[in-house]
Design a protein around this ligand. Sequence first.
Ligand code: P6P
Length: 283
Amino acid sequence: MQTIFDTIKKVAIKIDHAIKTEDLGYSDSENSSGEDQLKLDVKSDYIIEEAFKDISIVKALVSEEKEGILALHEDGNYTICYDPLDGSSLADVNLSVGSIFGIYAGELKGENLVASAYVVYGPRIELVLAVKGEKPQHYRAQDGLFNFISEITLDEKGKLNAPGGTQQNWADHHKTFVDGLFAEGYRLRYSGGMVPDLHQILLKGGGIFSYPGTTDKPNGKLRQLFEVIPFAFIYEQAGGQSINDKGLRLMDLVPTHPHDTSPCFFGSNYEVNALKAAYGVEN
Ligand code: P6P
């Protein structure tokens, strides 16, 4: 696993350089979810594929930017599912963006995730690595090297509320839940970038990030294999909860297609339990 983590660190430095020096315009292609691809999306995907293609323990790659599975080494142990530059459209307004990695052993489903990582490209390059049974580890880059900062633990109750999705398309019970937190004094913290939004809640002690099913996106927007499950793992390892709109653990998801999405809620125990009550799914 260390080889994979070391490769992610190298990739992070290269992608950060690309963000700061290359064209922010659109390419003439779409990704598998039908979203227009920025040249940076394509470049970031290329950087990651080039970095992992010669590592023998990597069996295959699954990218948000490409259809299907890229087979690499038949005897490899791990399949890496990744979003090379999540929230990339925010780069041209100088907001933070990120890369997300889910490392799976065997069939691509939540219970087979053995590690996950994400990188935040902002005023600084920051990295969080998580393996089973340990608290997530927070690193910060300095002169091209990542220095360990701390382990991450979520408080039982936080102060931040990150409500995703188009509000006019929320279910009434979801709107009641979100407005209820604001009535309790929670602060709105939502940039439209999953990585910085979830990173902020982890580092600022807690709260909740929600991307529900909506009338326009009944199965949510965020992709299970390379967005939802990797963050669900990190939030659970930090002492929080990660569930879907049925109150089921996101770590129990079994995608039928690499680009399947899921409604998703990540947060501290108090807020996720309050959401379960609002959704009537207290188990
Ligand atoms: P909305 C970025 O496009 C992204 O995939 C995630 O990074 C982010 O959390 C979400 O979409 C934002 O979606 O509908 O709230 O703008």
